[in-house]
Design a protein around this ligand. Sequence first.
Ligand SMILES: [Mg+2]
Length: 125
Amino acid sequence: MSTYLDYVFFENMVKALAKDGAEIKKQLTPKQTHILHMAVGISGESGELLDAIKKCCIYQKPLDRVNVIEELGDLEFYMEGLRTGLGITREETIKANINKLGKRYSSGTYSNEQAQARADKEGEE
Ligand SMILES: [Mg+2]
């Protein structure tokens, strides 16, 4: 159980450790601002898509397909903007994903064992 002193300690720790907003603003380049904008957009749109799926799966409402398409389109927008800002092509990301999953699921089908073993991560860290 946290005490008031724990809360005060934590509050002060956050103040001491969080980077100053003015410093962040001063250091950001236009490119960094763009990729931050795109990454924040991906996160926000992911939440909107998740909410649409939640309403279907948890609330048992009919899937709002129009909204799902809208949110997927919004995600595509921000992902394309991020890729372009970083000089990464969609083909590169798809190829890297195919290679990763090809290693992880070398049998060619899903299994819990392969998912847990994560063969594509061997040798990392
Ligand atoms: Mg949206």
